[in-house]
Design a protein around this ligand. Structure first.
Ligand code: INI
Length: 177
């Protein structure tokens, strides 16, 4: 297993932690590559496949609402939001990108669950592609690294592990809440 690096160097193990990845379908060619970067980072850090859930939303604007709902299940140690807003694509660039950033920050603060912000906000599609490549500077990979670091930190601070950690995940089970 390859070791994973975050902004401050090698990351701790992600084994035994549960992660949700919420990925926007808008600009899917880019956000799909962010999702692959995030999944690679989690698995390289030791997260079990059954402990990683991938959920889709229509656009970056919907990320905060979904992140809040997912965090409120208490089934995840950290949530990773992935999206891509391109200035040329919309006159609403500022509205969508700032709603996404502020909404994700508010959801993290109000639920107490770490939520990583892996939303590209670029002037052009080429800039977005540069940040969604297969290498170490894939921003989905960076967001996953931040989520791992925060999950480990919060557990060290005494936060309880996510419900059902280490077992296959399903929203519909209802049995172990
Ligand atoms: N959503 C994005 O994630 N990126 C964009 O670039 C974008 N543009 O260009 O409009 C975008 N719009 C959709 C938005 O996020 C919502 O899904 C939509 O407004 C419905 O609420």
């Amino acid at each position: 297993m390859r070791s994973v690096s975050g902004p401050a160097g090698p990351l701790p193990s992600a084994a035994g932690f549960r992660f949700a990845i919420i990925v926007s379908r808008f600009n899917e060619a880019i956000t799909g590559a962010l999702r692959e970067g995030a999944l690679a980072a989690l698995h390289e850090a030791g997260a079990a496949s059954g402990d990683v859930e991938v959920l889709a939303v229509p656009g970056a604007f919907e990320l905060p609402q979904a992140a809040r709902a997912v965090a409120e299940t208490a089934k995840f140690d950290a949530v990773i939001c992935l999206g891509c807003v391109i200035r040329g694509a919309t006159p609403h660039f500022e509205y969508i990108s700032s709603a996404a950033a502020q909404g994700v920050m508010a959801a993290a603060g109000e639920t107490g669950v770490p939520i990583a912000f892996g939303v590209l906000t670029t002037d052009t599609e080429a800039q977005a592609r540069e940040r969604a490549g297969p290498g170490a500077d894939n921003k989905g990979r960076e967001a996953a690294a931040a989520a791992i670091e925060m999950a480990v930190l919060f557990r060290r601070l005494g936060r309880p592990p996510a419900r059902g950690a280490g077992r296959p995940f399903g929203f519909a089970t209802g049995g172990d809440a």
